[in-house]
Design a binder for this molecule. Structure first.
Ligand code: FES
Length: 107
């Protein structure tokens, strides 16, 4: 399945890249940017980013279940993603508060 039409990256490309990335010592958080760089591709429009993140974590789960990727590396990546998601949610809430607090001024 094609995940990124700009750079022509498939889910299979992502899986192979993850196998190589996640065996590195101190494996980085496998963001789309990390995976695309590993594949020597460039994100262009970033329209694929949400799907790419979904596929990356789906593939990580599958690789972990097959015993091909260290569960510790996967746990570390998943924990870092969870914390990143929490920071993004908190930031969105803060920005929502800012927008909400601006609304009375606009009235
Ligand atoms: S669809 Fe992936 S960068 Fe445009």
């Amino acid at each position: 399945m094609i995940v990124c039409s700009c750079a022509r990256v498939t889910d299979h490309d992502i899986e192979l890249a993850l196998l190589e990335i996640m065996i590195e010592e101190n494996a980085p958080l496998p963001t789309p940017g990390v995976v695309w760089r590993h594949l020597q591709k460039r994100l262009d429009c970033c329209g694929c980013a949400p799907l790419a993140v979904h596929i990356i974590y789906e593939k990580l789960e599958a690789l972990e279940a097959k015993g091909l990727v260290c569960p510790c590396a996967c746990a570390n990546a998943k924990d870092r993603k969870r914390r990143s998601d929490e920071r993004s949610a908190a930031k969105a809430r803060l920005e929502g508060d800012v927008v909400t607090s601006k609304d009375p001024c606009e009235a």
